[in-house]
Design a protein around this ligand. Structure first.
Ligand SMILES: *Cc1c(COP(=O)(O)O)cnc(C)c1O
Length: 227
């Protein structure tokens, strides 16, 4: 246990006990030290999420190679090359240009990189994420279909930061419906195989799972509050 008295292993084990089997837990370790990840790793956990490239790269260097690293934050094109050799899943693809760069770097590393499109579902203004129309156009476009070294595994979304449960539910339900529609629409595409709907954080994961999420990204509940 670290100075902050958070027992990561205990929190993680408890959290997983309550999690349905079909839901993958991404333990969001951003801002937390390598030692906290080691505590979680010791319980057998392998999926960790970071939102900054630099931090993910240095942690990946310091930790066992069988960790599945999830890049959950905004990704700048000029930083793709640093994570391309090892990243497990990129959750926040929000433009064709970014997809194209990921494809290029994946090819250089002789691999296919799994990606999710980030959809902007919150009513907050944010520079990040595609709206439904943009995402649909991208998924149905010939340009994306030509990228052989990426695999679009599904979608990611973040609900509005609000106490209004009905609003959060509406946003998650909307994304689930869109996910199902796009899953069908892309079924014949070689580089799309929808299986992951990444929705839900510490404050709203239960509702997200109710609304069809099968991947939750949990930070503070496991690792304690961030500064
Ligand atoms: C930080 C972060 C999380 C985890 O948030 P918590 O509220 O600490 O669980 C999940 N998803 C994204 C995209 C994040 O940036």
């Amino acid at each position: 246990m670290g100075d902050n008295m958070v027992d990561v292993a205990e929190n993680l084990t408890q959290f997983k006990t309550d999690l349905p089997d079909h839901v993958t837990l991404v333990a969001v370790s951003k801002t937390k030290p390598v030692s906290a990840i080691e505590s979680a790793y010791a319980t057998g956990h392998r999926d960790f999420g970071e939102n900054k490239v630099q931090e993910m790269v240095s942690k990946a260097e310091a930790l066992p190679k069988d960790i599945h690293w999830h890049l959950i934050g905004h990704l700048q094109r000029n930083k793709v090359k640093y994570i391309a050799p090892f990243v497990h899943l990129i959750h926040a693809v929000d433009s064709f240009k970014l997809a194209k760069e990921i494809n290029k770097r994946a090819k250089q590393n002789n691999r296919t990189i799994d990606c999710l499109l980030q959809i902007h579902i919150a009513d907050e203004t944010s520079k990040f994420g595609l709206n439904y129309d943009e995402a649909e156009a991208l998924l149905k476009g010939e340009e994306l279909a030509a990228l052989d070294n990426i695999s679009i595994k599904g979608l990611m979304g973040m609900a509005t930061f609000t106490e209004d449960q009905e609003q959060i539910k509406r946003e998650f339900k909307g994304l689930e419906a869109f996910y199902e529609r796009m899953k069908n629409a892309t079924a014949s595409l070689a580089n799309c195989s929808f299986e992951t709907l990444s929705m839900g954080m510490s404050g709203d994961y239960a509702l997200a799972i109710e609304c069809g999420s099968n991947m939750v990204r949990i930070g503070s509940t496991l690792f304690g509050a961030r500064n």
